[in-house]
Write a protein that binds this ligand. Sequence first.
Ligand code: 5GP
Length: 188
Amino acid sequence: MREHIERVLFSAEEIQRRVRELGAQISRDYRNGGKKDPFGRPLLVVGLLKGALPFMADLIRNLDIPIHYDFMAVSSYRNGTSPGEVRVLKDLDCAVGRRDVLIVEDIVDTGHTLRHILRSLQAREPASLKVCTLLDKPYRREVAVPVDYVGFVVPENVFVVGYGLDYAELYRNLPFIGVLKPEYIREA
Ligand code: 5GP
């Protein structure tokens, strides 16, 4: 798979270092008054399948606070549908009412996916709702969404793969994030 990559944007070491920093920052924030749950229940970390899986697995092991975790899956409008149509494929197993919730995303691009998820969770009236994304492309935003923690800003408008991010379901298992060689990108 490595030979399919034109260049590496974020190495495995860089990612691990940044994930440790994010884990420390999030732990600090929720220890220092970030928790709003009237019943004092652990922070609920919500990972978005499938892209956030490797990031989520590394991040939670760098959280030095009590947590619960759960997963959601949404359909990507990229598969032929329009941006308005984000569907929930797998919903949370647990209730989020009056809980502290942290959404973990792989990448925020136009913001449509995250806006849909935020609306869906906000309607369930959590005590607090924050977002942590590994990657951000702020210059691509079509709708404004609040993002509280960002791993890296993708420095240029390129399609990235690796560390959970796919092209046609491939490359998610790469430990780094890079740009595909053009010859491996098939026209739809
Ligand atoms: P948004 O709704 O913010 O436009 O897009 C979010 C989703 O688009 C991400 O969860 C991800 O699945 C996909 N996406 C956006 N940019 C990239 C990229 O550079 N590489 C990959 N692999 N997926 C991307």
